[in-house]
Design a binder for this molecule. Structure first.
Ligand code: NAD
Length: 271
């Protein structure tokens, strides 16, 4: 079968460059092109060279429609309005879209979902395969263990991170609540300090550590009397997101139109 032709939106960004590296090292995938926002300094430069790869003989462009026409799948890790527009155009052209941009409001998410009626869209706030696996394992373990097992989500990130708990930590807590069949927001214990009282039975607790340049580590701890289960993921750098994005792009070709998640890509779709 022919290689999957992959186009990169925001090709000079941190994720864009990581994606170009990942595509170039992936069997069955070919770089179809890359675009940047109009006026960006890299437009007209060699797509590979600007990403620190060898020359590709493809110039960085700024025409999304042309990129869609040249690609089987477009990978988009840019900004909310860009991704919403890309989803609408993907619906028109039938090009598959891997949409990784974060911070998209609910009503814009609904527009992306609508575009998924016409083409394949894989949408995830975290494309890392390991984190998605951790989420799924957390849901399964929480479904088996009763509330004698206290659930705590612990995360550590670099000193510059401004929000806590991390979005991924919250996703893990939500997965635990789903597995246990409880409403997440009704059972969480966050920001413990001082005389907090004893831990509530069935609570899902959070703890956030900050320091150094840690890319991101998450643990879900299930603690009962005399035993403890800990599920942990440790991230190195952003190449893990690019790897998952390219895996999703390989998976997307030939699918029926729909809005899919990374769990679908990993084969956990209906759980
Ligand atoms: P970045 O700022 O380094 O890169 C974004 C790029 O998009 C820039 O080069 C910018 O010029 C370009 N861009 C903006 N408007 C454009 C347009 N109209 N057309 C083409 N290109 C345009 O940011 P980043 O660190 O690469 O992150 C980008 C997004 O991806 C953020 O929302 C981030 O949170 C998200 N992200 C998601 C995951 C995931 O797994 N889902 C992982 C990492 C980052």
């Amino acid at each position: 079968m022919n290689d999957v032709r992959m186009g990169v939106l925001g090709c000079a960004g941190r994720m864009g460059r990581a994606l170009l590296h990942e595509i170039s090292g992936t069997e069955g995938a070919t770089i179809a092109g890359g675009i940047e926002r109009s006026g960006h300094e890299t437009i007209g430069q060699d797509l590979g060279a600007q990403a620190g790869l060898g020359g590709l003989d493809i110039a960085v462009g700024d025409d999304l429609r042309a990129l869609m026409a040249a690609s089987d799948v477009v990978l988009d890790f840019t900004a909310p309005m860009v991704t919403v527009a890309a989803a609408a155009l993907a619906a028109e052209t039938g090009t598959a879209l891997i949409a990784g941009t974060t911070g998209i409001e609910a009503e814009d998410e609904a527009r992306i979902t609508a575009a998924g009626e016409k083409t394949v869209i894989v949408r995830a706030a975290n494309f890392c395969v390991g984190v998605n696996l951790l989420q799924q394992l957390t849901r399964q373990v929480a479904a088996v263990l009763d509330p004698d097992f206290d659930i705590e989500v612990v995360e550590i990130h670099h000193r510059h991170k401004v929000d806590a708990p991390s979005g991924t930590a919250l996703a893990l807590g939500i997965a635990a609540a789903e597995g246990r069949g409880v409403v997440h927001d009704e059972v969480t214990e966050r920001g413990r300090d001082g005389i907090t009282g004893a831990r509530a039975r069935g609570a899902i607790g959070y703890a956030s550590l900050r320091g150094g340049n840690v890319a991101g580590e998450h643990s879900v701890i299930f603690a009962a009397d005399n035993e403890r289960i800990e599920l942990t993921h440790k991230a190195g750098d952003r190449s893990i997101f690019a790897r998952g994005g390219v895996r999703a792009a390989l998976w997307a070709r030939g699918r029926a139109p729909g809005r899919y998640s990374m769990l679908d890509v990993l084969g956990f779709g209906d759980t």
